[in-house]
Ligand binder design. Structure first.
Ligand SMILES: [Zn+2]
Length: 119
């Protein structure tokens, strides 16, 4: 059920007494990982119009947990011949090696209907 379609008022869920209303908004969530601030884009959150407290839908907290667990940085060991081919392909596409590998992984993951990206 898409909550955004309903204009029904949702009472603030704060533990402190509050008569505020919750409104759904999309924020850039700032996560502190070992002293480094990482911005997570497009996090949906219910915000109270009075006390400004935030309440996270299940999908949002799942996404935040994922960012806590996975930095998105990996050291990869590959066959030098594949490495060389990838560099050539990347050049042809005017992409960096990193962009090319991202493109290929994403394309492959999405076309094979894996459970990774289901929207
Ligand atoms: Zn409130």
């Amino acid at each position: 059920m898409n909550m955004k379609k309903f204009s029904k008022k949702i009472r603030c869920l704060s533990e402190n007494p509050c008569n505020g209303e919750l409104h759904l908004k999309t924020i850039k969530y700032k996560l502190n990982v070992k002293g480094k601030i990482i911005a997570i884009p497009d996090i949906e959150v219910w915000e109270c119009n009075l006390c400004r407290e935030h309440f996270y839908p299940y999908e949002s907290s799942k996404k935040i947990d994922l960012y806590k667990q996975y930095s998105g940085k990996i050291m990869l060991r590959i066959n030098p011949e594949i490495h060389s081919k990838l560099v050539q392909i990347a050049k042809k596409h005017h992409r960096s090696l990193n962009q090319e590998i991202n493109y290929l992984l994403r394309k492959n993951t999405l076309t094979h209907k894996n459970t990774f990206f289901h929207h």
